[in-house]
Design a protein around this ligand. Structure first.
Ligand SMILES: NC(=O)c1ccc[n+]([C@@H]2O[C@H](COP(=O)([O-])OP(=O)(O)OC[C@H]3O[C@@H](n4cnc5c(N)ncnc54)[C@H](O)[C@@H]3O)[C@@H](O)[C@H]2O)c1
Ligand SMILES: N[C@H](C(=O)O)[C@H](O)COP(=O)(O)O
Length: 330
């Protein structure tokens, strides 16, 4: 019997250096150094606590060899001083460089997956960054713009928002049948391929109260959502009619489906983060690489105070490793 070589390490990006991302890296390494999965951090080593043994590596290969003894770092150098809790658009070039480098390593097969640390969308926007978030930027870097889908996963629930980082007004205006069908198809394909669910059960949310109350409270369910559901039923999947959004996340309902296809960001993310923010993981579907991230943001309000909970980051690394191992087996 031949034994497979271990998977390459996971690349973890720096994220916003003034947020809680950097302070979660040393505890993450301590919790994984004996059992793995191994990772390499693409950040500025000056952000790590002085007492953490680290090794500057030039390639991900070197990271696994030292991982049990030292935290491997591929340096990304910040030009400005960092003050925890005080974001600064001048950090943007290094934040973006870390994401680009991790993505390149993943595309070349030198890391098994990337896990992104939180960035602040408005800080990057202030610096001229042209993307709403990682999700769209990673699709751009992978030459698959438009194919990206955001999914959040927790022990209780999987959710996908059809529209992502838009104002509610724009989200409603941009909702259309083709978009719902495209996102739904990517979701079904990914549940089958990456999550090993042969016939996924998809709960589709309505847009309006009571899913439109047969047209008395809005017609988007009949006009826009139902035709997409009809089209998606060509796949090997069980798909509901549009459901009243206020009751589809009850414990009884959650047991009846594998993922909820939601119409806008907060419809999807409020139930997931309310149920279990500490164990939520954000996964980007539709990319040629595997990308996960913790479900929380930069948390500038607590950065540098030793209050940040690293559980979601641990879950993100474990899920990225699991997905990578599954893809390799497949
Ligand atoms: N993946 C990402 O890059 C990502 C995800 C979400 C939000 N964001 C960005 O983060 C910034 C702040 O967003 P927000 O305030 O809406 O959400 P947030 O998740 O940063 O913070 C919300 C609240 O939860 C707390 N919190 C968050 N993570 C925590 C942790 N690990 N341990 C303990 N408490 C924690 C914070 O202190 C805050 O009170 C925004 O600019 C947003 O764009 C980025
Ligand atoms: N909507 C996500 C969340 O709230 O968890 C988050 O902003 C992440 O977006 P990107 O992965 O696109 O950066």
């Amino acid at each position: 019997m031949t034994t497979r070589p271990p998977l390459p390490p996971i690349a973890i990006t720096m994220g916003d250096p003034a947020g809680i991302g950097p302070e979660l890296i040393a505890p993450l390494w301590r919790s994984l150094r004996q059992s793995g999965p191994g990772f390499v951090w693409l950040g500025d080593p000056r952000l790590l606590p002085a007492d953490v043994p680290r090794e500057i590596v030039e390639s991900p290969d070197e990271a696994l060899a030292c991982f049990a003894a030292r935290l491997p770092v591929m340096p990304v150098t910040l030009q400005e001083r960092v003050e925890a809790g005080r974001p600064d658009p001048r950090h943007a070039p290094a934040i973006i460089a870390s994401i680009e480098r991790a993505t390149r390593l993943a595309r070349e097969g030198n890391v098994a997956a990337i896990v992104t640390s939180p960035i602040s969308k408005h800080v990057l926007k202030d610096a001229g960054f042209d993307f709403p978030g990682h999700t769209e930027y990673l699709a751009h870097l992978c030459d698959v713009s438009g194919a990206e889908v955001m999914m959040l996963v927790s022990p209780h629930l999987r959710v996908v928002p059809v529209t992502i980082h838009l104002s509610l007004r724009d989200a409603i205006a941009q909702l259309n049948t083709q978009l719902i069908e495209k996102i739904g198809a990517t979701l079904i394909n990914s549940l089958q391929r990456d999550f090993n669910i042969k016939t996924p059960r998809i709960a589709v949310a309505g847009l309006n109260p009571h899913a439109g109350e047969v047209g008395y409270m809005g017609d988007e369910e009949a006009r826009i959502i139902a035709p997409a559901i009809t089209a998606l039923r060509r796949f090997d999947a069980e798909i509901t009619d549009p459901l009243p959004p206020d009751t589809m996340f009850t414990p009884q309902m959650r047991g009846t489906y594998d993922a909820a296809l939601c119409m806008y960001h907060d419809q999807a993310l409020i139930p997931l983060k309310t149920l279990d923010m500490a164990h939520g993981v954000n996964v980007t579907l539709g990319l040629p690489i595997i990308r996960t991230s913790p479900d929380h943001g930069t948390a500038f309000d607590i950065a540098g105070r030793g209050m940040a909970d690293g559980s979601s980051l641990v879950e993100a690394v474990r899920l990225a490793h699991k997905l990578a191992a599954h893809r390799r087996r497949a």
